[in-house]
Design a protein around this ligand. Structure first.
Ligand code: GLY
Length: 260
């Protein structure tokens, strides 16, 4: 089967206010803004190395977490679904992404989740034709049901996976391709992921489980040697990029872009 060919990414420049981004990792210290910008530029170059064009949206100071554009929309093969982010300080980010989506999708291919349903895109993991959706502090059952109805209309499906210990589903499990997942923590024993070939990421490297597979390459966070080693052993072509400033505000590689 031919691999889906990604053509575009959308990212948003981090705002100075990202130092106040929501975090459960305050022990890692405050974001160094200049370094965050350097890392963001390197991240864009890593995306470009896979052959995509990257649209860079301007910083939005009123939304400290708005560089994490993945949470505000889910791009499917049939259209874009604007989520309804579950953190009150992030909810307004959904309005900010709509003009960018309209540059790529006609109005009738943009779908909207509604209150009381909430969802963060970080909870949405596509494996082949099925979305695995984390029911988390950010994504509720109503949001999941609305989402499932939309994707079923596309001939796709969605299943719910409880997320209790971490922020988002994709913080702890990501599909590599070829039936393989990188998986950590609470998801290792979840029955939804039985049947996949698993690399159980050691707890001290759990952040490294969040990778991007795009156009035959895999982008990984630098500093997680067991992940890089396993991916090379599996035969993948990897690109490492440093996202340590984003880790301080609970952001991973996937959170920083929309890819389609
Ligand atoms: N700081 C990223 C988030 O909490 O959504």
């Amino acid at each position: 089967m031919n691999e889906y060919r990604y053509q575009h990414c959308i990212v948003r420049t981090p705002s100075h206010s990202c130092l106040e981004g929501i975090t459960t990792s305050a022990f890692l210290g405050k974001v160094d803004y200049e370094n965050a910008i350097r890392q963001h530029e390197a991240y864009i170059r890593a995306l470009e190395q896979t052959g995509v064009r990257v649209k860079v949206l301007p910083a939005r100071e009123e939304f400290p977490d708005s560089c994490f554009v993945e949470d505000v929309a889910v791009i499917t093969p049939y259209g874009a679904i604007v989520t309804n982010p579950g953190a009150p300080s992030r909810n307004g980010e959904k309005e900010a992404i709509i003009p960018a989506l309209k540059e790529f999708f006609p109005e009738e291919k943009i779908y909207y989740l509604q209150n009381p349903g909430t969802m963060d895109g970080g909870d949405v993991l596509l494996i082949e034709n099925c979305y695995y959706v984390g029911i988390s502090r950010r994504t509720n059952v109503d949001g999941f049901c609305q989402f499932r109805e939309i994707v079923r209309g596309f001939g796709m499906d969605a299943v719910a996976v409880p997320v209790t210990d971490i922020l988002h589903l994709k913080t702890g499990v990501v599909y590599v391709g070829e039936g393989r997942v990188l998986i950590s923590g609470e998801f290792i024993r979840r029955p939804e992921f039985d049947g996949f070939e698993k690399f159980e990421v050691p707890e001290e490297e759990a952040y490294g489980a969040n990778i991007i597979r795009m156009n035959g390459k895999i982008i990984v966070a630098s500093g997680y040697p067991s992940v890089s080693r396993k991916l090379r052993e599996w035969g993948y072509d990897i690109i490492e990029t440093d996202t340590s400033e984003y880790k301080k505000i609970d952001g991973g590689l996937t959170c920083l872009s929309l890819r389609f």
